[in-house]
Design a protein around this ligand. Structure first.
Ligand code: ATP
Ligand code: LTN
Length: 333
């Protein structure tokens, strides 16, 4: 039996080069070997203020971006979180098992609360419980995520423990984080000490995978670099150049020391020109495929529907078992 993989990305902004390198690229490599569920976390997106028409458009675009980046809807189950009501229902049960103190420790909550001072809603606080429900509904063995999500994964594992002790041991499979080796964390272009994030207010900090080519070129050329002139990988003293080298290395398949040798004696500008060319070349077919898919929303609707139908089979069974274990009376079918 193949092991089950599950992962998702929140529908805020467009997918970035960071999401591609740190997440989707890894997902793609797993699609043959595992039974994979990949979804769009649209309910998670509601933890920050959304403009409804923009959100709707973005959900389609995100689905198209997944496909354009190479996720195969036949090999994987690709679905939209809100299409499976079991996510919200399981969240409630798990919320009632999760101590406030555990949620209080979440660094992402602290960061987001600082960023959205005018909208520190309860959803932002319970966000990791919804994430745990996403994972546990499908009995996932492995959850590929970037380094930034490790803490949420740990909480999910704690929640399995609470359920084991409170209701029924072994009902949920204990999930493990699967963190890719290279490029686990791509940094912001203007401030390479923080991660590249698709919801960043400053558009210059990230490269969206469907950005206009001219814009991409400009962003790379104006990326912050460090003092000195040597092209060397040194995350502590040269975070800007190290970030560009990481991106280059993942997209070209060359290792970092090979790049350091190739660029010995050259200027930062040389690296930026070559990197811009490589990124444009990588993203050109992605944007074309995305734009093409967006011309036929009916087709995307059909794919979303079949993804949801396949996903729901598993989710329904788990929620049924959970309701039974918690002592709720099941309605007659
Ligand atoms: P937001 O700005 O809304 O927080 P995000 O860009 O941080 O979004 P998420 O939706 O939180 O992206 O994450 C989707 C996946 O991409 C996760 O597995 C996450 O770990 C990974 N990821 C996000 N940003 C990066 C990054 N800069 N480098 C590598 N992986 C990343
Ligand atoms: N919070 C995640 C997105 C996400 C997720 C999940 C990832 C929501 N539910 C379940 C893995 C498994 C993030 O990357 N920001």
């Amino acid at each position: 039996m193949k092991k089950t993989i599950l992962s998702g990305s929140t529908v805020t902004g467009n997918l970035t080069l960071g999401n591609y390198i740190g997440a989707i690229n890894n997902w793609k490599q797993l699609q043959d070997e595992y039974n994979c569920y990949y979804f769009l976390a649209d309910l998670h997106a509601l933890t920050v203020q959304q403009d409804p028409p923009t959100l709707k458009q973005r959900i389609y675009s995100f689905y198209a971006q997944y496909l354009a980046l190479g996720l195969d809807p036949q090999k994987n189950i690709i679905f939209v979180q809100s299409h499976i009501h079991e996510h919200a229902e399981l969240t409630w049960i798990l919320t009632c098992l999760t101590p406030m103190g555990y949620l209080n420790r979440m660094t992402q909550f602290k960061e987001k609360a600082e960023k959205h001072v005018k909208n520190i809603n309860a959803g932002l606080f319970t966000y990791p419980v919804l994430m745990a429900a996403d994972i546990l509904l499908y009995q996932a063995d492995l959850v590929p995520v970037g380094e930034d999500q490790r803490q949420h994964l740990e909480l999910c594992r704690d929640i399995v423990g609470f359920f084991d002790r409170g209701y029924k041991k072994g009902l949920f499979k204990m999930p493990e984080a699967h963190i890719g080796k290279t490029g686990a964390r791509i940094m912001s272009l203007q401030d390479p000490t923080k991660k590249m994030s698709k919801s960043d207010e400053n558009d210059k900090n990230f490269i969206s995978i469907i950005d206009d080519p001219k814009k991409i070129e400009k962003k790379i050329k104006s990326a912050a670099t460090d003092s000195g002139t040597d092209i060397q990988f040194d995350e502590e003293n040269k975070p800007g150049i190290s970030n560009l080298l990481t991106i280059y290395s993942v997209l070209s398949g060359k290792n970092i020391s090979q790049l350091e040798t190739e660029y010995a004696g050259k200027m930062y500008g040389h690296l930026k020109v070559d990197l811009a060319e490589l990124v444009l070349e990588t993203l050109k077919p992605v944007k074309e495929k995305h734009d093409d898919l967006m011309k036929n929303l009916d087709y995307l609707d059909d794919l979303m529907k079949s993804g949801a139908e396949r996903a729901q089979l598993r989710a329904r069974k788990t929620l049924h078992d959970v309701y039974e274990a918690t002592g709720l009376v099941l309605r007659k079918p």
